[in-house]
Design a protein around this ligand. Structure first.
Ligand code: CA
Length: 262
């Protein structure tokens, strides 16, 4: 299992193998089951301002900066850039709306996957566009001792949000590893694009309502329907990744294979 997906990645990236040293985790929708609250907050607040953003579309924009999401919807309706003060007002309201929801639960399966990553001696790195301090603080409560502050990239660190590769490139730099020495775990199409653009083998976990094809279209190398499914498959995936180390051209060329949705 996974040989085809790994071979496709090596072909597209021109690498000989993946020498896994770090795992780069997105936060919302990967480590916390927080996306339903984000999507509902976006929908409610935008509607209040006469801007139409369905819950499902909110998932398509997940990972963008708040300003970028507001601008896309505003431009679609009015054909012009959203005024900066309106952006600030709407984003402030959205953040407050989100905080009225219950604290999001840790994503089922994430604890098992993180335990495996740590016991494998790999470095877990957080790469989120979020600046929700409450959620960042909860990270150390939900997953004690897993994420070291020096291995965290948040909204406060980057200039360009996802889908720009900058957040993931910064995550690699903080961990001191190359793109071929890591994997990305992402749930959003825009986050997948960022991981792929950073040159990293990108694993999508489809924890929301989107069609899996949307994540493949964004460039996901591998897709799991949940974090639990990824946790279940982790040791096998690790074996498959280490099996290709240095094997370079031994793999058949890509193309003609079906995608296996694990
Ligand atoms: Ca996410």
């Amino acid at each position: 299992m996974f040989e085809t997906e790994i071979a496709n990645y090596l072909n597209r990236s021109g690498r000989d193998g993946i020498d896994l040293k770090a795992v780069l985790f997105d936060m919302d929708g990967v480590l916390f089951d927080s996306m339903p609250y984000h999507a509902a907050s976006w929908h409610a607040v935008m509607e209040r301002h006469g801007l139409h953003l369905s819950r499902e579309e909110a998932y398509l924009h997940e990972g963008r900066t708040g300003a970028s999401t507001i601008n896309i919807v505003y431009r679609r309706q009015y054909g012009t850039e959203a005024p900066v003060d309106l952006i600030d007002e709407i984003y402030g309201e959205k953040t407050r709306e989100f905080s009225t929801y219950p604290e999001p639960d840790p994503m089922p399966g994430a604890d098992r996957l993180l335990a495996s990553v740590v016991s494998d001696g790999l470095v877990p790195v957080l790469v989120t566009g979020s600046g929700q301090r409450t959620l960042l603080q909860r990270l150390s409560l939900a997953y004690p001792g897993v994420f070291q502050p020096r291995y965290m990239v948040t909204a406060f660190d980057v200039k360009h949000g996802k889908p720009d590769p900058e957040p993931y490139l910064m995550g690699l730099r903080k961990a001191g590893v190359q793109p071929g020495e890591a994997v990305v775990v992402e749930n959003a199409p825009i986050g997948v694009r960022a991981g792929v653009a950073a040159g990293v083998f990108t694993i999508a976990v489809n924890t929301g309502p989107l069609d899996a094809q949307v994540l493949y279209d964004a460039g996901a190398d591998l897709l799991f329907p949940s974090m639990s499914a990824l946790a279940d498959a982790w040791s096998e995936l690790r074996r498959a990744l280490s099996a290709v180390r240095g094997r370079g051209g031994d793999f058949p060329p890509s193309g003609g294979y079906g995608r296996s949705e694990a």
